[in-house]
Design a protein around this ligand. Structure first.
Ligand code: PLP
Length: 365
């Protein structure tokens, strides 16, 4: 048996290490996972109540069109109902976009480093990835523009960028969008949208009203704290959404995910509290890194990527032995670590552990 050619060299996704596994392997009782940008404050109580209510319907297929949720999100974003599509996480919206629009011979442009799922899905469809190095950790939009050819189908902009946390600003994005030919899709991945507090962050939905080739990707996995339920969405012009809908599995999101997302979208108190606590935690972590003389990329999401000035695997292992799961191993950033901003207590534990790890390394020379 031979799989299709495009996946022969495709790696299996390596997720952040699970807490239970680390406890078992290292004999630790306390482990803090700061590896996957999950919400340290959990999720809205309304979401949990909605799931309880939905338990009675566990044997019934979910609503294929997520009708109730679509209405709520459309009203929340002030777009039409036919401009939204839901996926099993925005990961699945990325998959559907690639499936609907990419064929062998097509090209797509993305940053290097950026979120791994663009390349993953592009490769599966047999299309080519054109990767443009980040400039100071930020998307280099002029360099990306210069890579456009007759074959370009999709340009991926991760904003804030995962793993660096930097943003593309309103002016430069608007300028970029004006220069991209109308037949090329611009996928704006805003998984961390709700965490951004910078006034120059683009209003992508306003851009979308003017440009029919934009799709905005958002998720309930991050600030809404529903990562385990797998639900995210895309917002775009109705024609684009219709094409993505054509490749969607009939029951791609569950009843529990739809109900919890519907309950969460209206809980602005939870949202605002998480945004504020994250901004405070982000400021604390960055301040501590600066105190330790470590440089970091300007952080706009719920994570910070910083330079340990040591091989990142060494620091990763050191932190792990102290019960902190971080993220490392980016090809272009061999000395960098990415950590999620946690609760204040978690952030303090992380900083304490990091100081110890770096001191131990200094002693050993
Ligand atoms: C987490 C993340 C996603 C998607 O997460 P889902 O759980 O699939 O919704 C998408 N893009 C980026 C950049 C992310 O970090």
């Amino acid at each position: 048996m031979q799989p299709k050619q495009s996946i022969v060299n495709l790696p299996v996704y390596q997720p952040g290490k699970p807490i239970e596994e680390v406890k078992r392997e290292l004999g630790l009782t306390e482990v803090i996972k700061l590896a996957s940008n999950e919400n340290p404050f959990g999720s809205s109580d309304r979401a949990k109540a909605a799931i309880q209510d939905e338990l009675a319907n566990i044997s019934i297929y979910p609503d294929s069109f997520s009708t109730t949720l679509t209405g709520l999100v459309a009203d929340y974003l002030q777009v039409e109902r036919n401009q939204i599509i839901f996926g099993a996480g925005s990961d699945e919206v990325i998959l559907m976009l690639a499936r609907a629009y990419l064929s062998p011979g097509d090209e797509t442009i993305m940053a290097d480093e950026t979120f791994s799922q663009y390349k993953h899905n592009v490769v599966i469809e047999g299309a080519a990835t054109v990767e443009v190095p980040l400039k100071n950790g930020t998307h280099d939009l002029p360099a990306m523009l210069a890579k456009i050819t007759d074959r370009t189908k999709i340009i991926w902009i991760c904003n804030p960028n995962n793993p660096t946390g930097t943003i593309v600003r309103e002016d430069e994005l608007a300028d970029f969008v004006r220069q991209v030919p109308k037949n090329i899709i611009i996928a704006l991945d805003e998984a961390y949208y709700e965490y951004v507090t910078d006034a120059d962050y683009p209003n992508s939905l306003a851009l979308l009203r003017e440009h029919q080739n934009i799709i905005v990707l958002r998720t309930f996995s991050k600030i809404y704290g529903l990562a385990s339920l797998r639900i995210g969405y895309g917002v775009a012009h109705a024609d684009l959404i219709r094409h993505v809908n054509q490749v969607r599995e009939p029951f791609n999101t569950t009843r529990f995910a739809q109900a919890a997302a519907a309950a969460s979208i209206t809980d602005l108190d939870f949202l605002n509290s998480c945004r504020q606590r994250n901004a405070e935690g982000r400021r604390y972590v960055c301040g501590q890194l600066a105190r330790m003389g470590l440089s970091y990329f300007e952080a706009h999401g719920n994570f910070v990527m910083f330079d340990t000035k040591l091989p990142s695997q060494q620091v990763f292992d050191g932190l792990l032995r102290k019960g902190i799961i971080s993220r490392a191993r980016w090809a272009h950033y061999p000395t960098y670590i990415r950590i999620t901003v946690g609760s204040q207590e978690q952030n303090e534990s992380f900083i304490h552990a990091l100081e110890e790890v770096l001191q131990e390394a200094a002693v050993r020379g």
